[in-house]
Ligand binder design. Structure first.
Ligand SMILES: [Ca+2]
Ligand SMILES: [Ca+2]
Ligand SMILES: [Ca+2]
Length: 147
């Protein structure tokens, strides 16, 4: 997971968006067969790592407004995780209420158990957009919170 985050952070300001997405996809697709299985996703991602990537301003909270701005569909996935209903997610809420499998299933639109390139690209796009927005504000990334 740290590999992916390091990759996201390092390419966010250096490469055109399409190239970034391709590189991150290739990193997830361990056996290079053009699709990401849940097993491959679990190898590279955790709920915590996705949360940390989404929390582009490093304040430990992801607001629904931030998510809605970049990817309105994702609000439907994340809002059930907002256990106290305050329209923002803490790392603890995210990790308590979901698994990488739930996130995987959301992006697996055709329910075949594989994330093909267009499906995986949506998740990568959300993360890279948030990172690019943070970078544009002069924030170049943060250390994952413990716990
Ligand atoms: Ca694969
Ligand atoms: Ca909350
Ligand atoms: Ca699929």
């Amino acid at each position: 997971m740290m590999l992916l985050l390091a990759l996201v952070l390092s390419v966010a300001t250096a490469l055109p968006a399409r190239r970034q997405t391709q590189d991150i996809f290739n990193n997830l697709d361990i056996n290079s067969d053009g699709a990401v299985t849940l097993h491959e996703a679990e190898h590279q991602l955790t709920v915590g790592s996705i949360f940390t990537a989404l929390d582009a301003d490093c304040d430990g909270v992801v607001t629904m407004d931030q998510v809605n701005f970049y990817m309105p569909d994702m609000v439907a996935v994340l809002s059930p995780l907002d256990l106290d209903g305050n329209q923002s997610l803490t790392s603890q809420e995210a990790q308590t209420a979901t698994t990488i499998g739930n996130i995987f299933n959301f992006f697996d639109v055709n329910d075949d158990g594989l994330l093909e390139r267009p499906e995986a690209a949506r998740l990568i796009e959300l993360i890279t957009r948030l990172q690019a927005a943070a970078a544009a504000q002069g924030n170049t990334g943060c250390q994952p919170l413990t716990g």
